[in-house]
Design a protein around this ligand. Structure first.
Ligand code: FE
Length: 203
């Protein structure tokens, strides 16, 4: 299977002033596309080449897992943002957040804390576990909610390449800006309404 990079859901300058066009140019064209190129090379001529991206994430390890998961994570991350995003969710998503975190503000505090506590490169997530409960946590490197069989609802890329051109060393300011001005709550709500985890292990 020849994977094609999903197009960005907006123009590269659409998230300014919060994330600049140069960040998206490098992050999407160099990093995201680079992971895809390495994945293609790793699976060429193997049985994995016939599988879906989700299957490869589920079935692989080492550098093949790292590149496959990074391709998946980035496609998901782009859709977690939108121009004039942020604010608060509503409807079933807000109710679920209030049920499991006490309040939206408490959820915000926990999400920011999980992201800020990630020591190195990684991702912070809002996930839904099998019993329907929402939870926040961070994962290292390329790992994603597949490792605990959760349904991913929201993510932020915490690798330096995601923010360094705009925020330099101020990762906390990037995390806060992402939460307050960039999150596409409609996409998060759509993920919550999905019955199944697209990455669920079948075995
Ligand atoms: Fe990235």
């Amino acid at each position: 299977m020849q994977f094609v990079l999903e197009p960005l859901p907006y123009a590269k300058d659409a998230l300014e002033p919060h994330l600049g066009a140069e960040t998206l140019e490098y992050h999407y064209e160099k990093h995201h596309r680079g992971y895809l190129r390495k994945l293609q090379k790793a699976i060429e001529g193997t049985l994995l080449a016939e599988r879906s991206l989700e299957d490869i994430v589920r079935a692989s390890d080492g550098s093949t897992f790292n590149n496959a998961a990074q391709v998946w994570n980035h496609s998901f991350y782009w859709r977690c943002m939108r121009p004039r995003g942020g604010g608060k969710p509503n409807g079933a998503l807000l109710k679920a957040v209030e049920r499991d975190f006490g309040s939206f503000d408490e959820f915000r505090t926990k999400f920011l804390a999980a992201a800020n506590a990630e020591f190195g490169s990684g991702w912070a997530w809002l996930g839904r576990s099998d019993d329907g409960a929402l939870k926040v946590y961070a994962t290292d490197d390329a790992e994603n909610p597949l490792i605990c069989d959760d349904t991913p609802l929201l993510t932020i890329d915490l690798w330096e390449h995601a923010y360094y051109l705009d925020y330099r060393n101020e990762r906390e300011r990037y995390v806060q800006t992402f939460f307050d001005h960039l999150i596409a709550w409609d996409f998060v709500a759509e993920n919550l309404s999905r019955p199944d985890n697209p990455l669920r292990r079948t075995a």
